[in-house]
Write a protein that binds this ligand. Sequence first.
Ligand SMILES: *Cc1c(COP(=O)(O)O)cnc(C)c1O
Length: 450
Amino acid sequence: MEQVAAYREGVGDRPVAPSVDAARLRSLLGGPLAADGTNPHALLEQLAGAVDPALVATAGPRFFGFVVGGALDGATCADILTAGWDQVAFNFTTSPAGAVVEDVVGDWLKEAFGLPAHASFGLVTGGQGANTVALAAARHQVLAQAGWDVEERGLMGAPKIRVVAGEERHGTIDRSLRLLGLGAGIVEPVAADANGAIDPEALARLLEAGPEAPTIVCLQAGNVNTGACDDLAAACDAAHRYRSWVHVDGAFGLWAAVSPSTRHLVNGIERADSWAVDGHKWLNVPYDSGYVFCADTQAHTASMSYTAAYLVGHGQGSQRAPSDYVPESSRRARGFATWAALRELGRDGLGELVDRCCAYARSFGDRLGAIEGVEIGNEIVLNQVLVSFGSNERTDRVIANVQRDGTCWAGGTTWRGRRYMRISVSNWSTAEADVERSVAAIRRVLAETL
Ligand SMILES: *Cc1c(COP(=O)(O)O)cnc(C)c1O
């Protein structure tokens, strides 16, 4: 589509932050729903014109907020085809193409991450979805081990589960626990070190305190502030001594596995029981794509699949139904975009993408850290950088002014009680020149900020 191409060609030149007037935007888009229909050409022109100033250039090379990533060209085009094909990736009958492409990308991803080849795979909407599915499988398995069928009987009267997770876990873990009826308050937090990785000894001590209970341990690869990864090998050893299920939330950090230079950060990754990772972050697949894997395939399908009279006897034979591994029934064929991204990059390109982003993160750290009064707040192990510009107040003013300046965009965060600008480098199109331009802009804004 021409409009898409034009937007993407110009995305590196527009101010990264939108200059949005919410009331005007609402009036351009809103008003009462018209009784008469509109010609698609006319409405698309109206839509594109109205929203353009309100778009955030997250697809561009100088958006460093949150951990988002952009979208590779091939993956974006495949996603446009996906919309045009409008496949229902429910099972092999509703779309053989949609089902088989998910089998293929599942295998490719397991190979790239070094996960067990027999692990099951579900293509979900993101890290939140992946964490929820994995923890549902975990809930199934630890309760089945205690003689309880949670899918049939629910949680009322069930044996008490323990959930042990790092104190610096992502908030989506808590939401998944809420959705699964376990409650966020169930978490027994494990202390983390200065960079946010758990202390495996502290984990072992916690587990020792209740060795008989059905237990789920949540580990993390890639802390959203610092990029720190838990020591997966040591933590898996400790957890498996107590027959716990080990889940790894590696929404962006699991990608460390694809490059020889960062692989050591996730040593032992293959020993976990389930893994959650995003496609729409570091793989640069368009929204919304996340991946969940379980070593125990049966626990995965037991927690997700269902059947109905109209679903059997469709001649699916031995074909895998993607919907048996996710919480959705009707769903878009997300596999095409991931297939395209992995083909576009190849194994080497994937590793280079990760290496490049990490190198730029270190470059941000070196250049900004060399400025008088600027401090880097984390050990830069991956693609995340925390930058303080003095007092909390001044740091917040600098962040606001950098955002207003529009050359680049980075958000704020609180880490260990102190305010920081958080820079995440995860876009395929970010180049050395973008780092230089962004550092120059931050330097300029800093000099003008009291
Ligand atoms: C982003 C992130 C999530 C949530 O992923 P979504 O794709 O936003 O649902 C979970 N865990 C970690 C560590 C993350 O960085």
